[in-house]
Design a protein around this ligand. Structure first.
Ligand code: GSH
Length: 207
């Protein structure tokens, strides 16, 4: 059985858990905070979460894990059959992940953990996150899903990235990141009701 390591509070852990549920795969959740301890570094070389273990093999990085799950359990597929459409869905997922979530994440310590950030860092991050949102919006299809007419990993990355990015943006820039993107808000409301995502949310709240 697949072992999923990490904490339910993590957005990327939640994403992988939702994919496991979508695919009907059996898994066991193992509480493992991000640390630089040897056992965690063996699972995840940066000491982050999530990671999975399959037959003694460890795998880190959510996109690598999702790609693995897609291959061992192709149905239901989280990528379109058409190669170009599949590549577009991954492209969108990566822009969400790298240019919005990861960009905003730089201010996570200041936004949520009492850290500090210079005015320069706040302003450069603000500009980068807004640029990232423009890139995402240029690629978003929203008909009705992020990358087109089927639910894909782009929806998963949208769902599990925007919460953090909008919280940081509101706190650090006093700016509602979704104000100019009502189609994203609508899609996020729809995604919140999807059974896999709703279950992950509910179990994270109950610990
Ligand atoms: N690129 C990684 C990001 C994972 C990540 O940033 N995880 C966060 C929690 S959501 C973490 O472990 N943070 C602790 C740390 O950076 O030490 C992925 O997609 O899996």
């Amino acid at each position: 059985m697949i072992k999923l390591y990490g904490l339910r509070m993590s957005n990327y852990y939640s994403l992988v858990k939702a994919v496991l549920i979508e695919k009907g795969l059996e898994f066991e959740e193992i509480k493992a905070p991000p640390t630089q301890k040897e056992d965690n570094l063996a699972r995840s070389p940066m000491g982050k979460m999530p990671s999975i273990e399959v037959d003694g093999v460890y795998l880190s990085e959510s996109l690598a894990i999702v790609n693995y799950l897609e291959r061992i359990q192709p149905e239901p597929s989280l990528l379109p059959a058409d190669p170009v459409e599949a590549a577009k869905a991954i492209e969108l997922a990566l822009h969400i992940k790298l240019n919005v979530e990861l960009a905003a994440r730089r201010l996570l310590p200041a936004a949520m953990f009492g850290g500090t950030a210079s005015e320069e860092l706040i302003e450069s991050t603000r500009q980068e996150v807004l640029r990232g949102m423009q890139a995402v919006s240029a690629l978003l299809v929203c008909k009705p899903y992020a990358a087109g007419d089927s639910f894909t990993i782009a929806d998963m990355y949208l769902n599990y990235s925007m919460g953090l990015a909008t919280s940081i943006s509101t706190k650090m820039f006093d700016h509602d990141l979704l104000a100019d993107y009502p189609q994203v808000s609508e899609l996020l409301s729809m995604l919140a009701e999807r059974p896999s995502i709703a279950r992950v949310t509910q179990e994270a709240a109950s610990k």
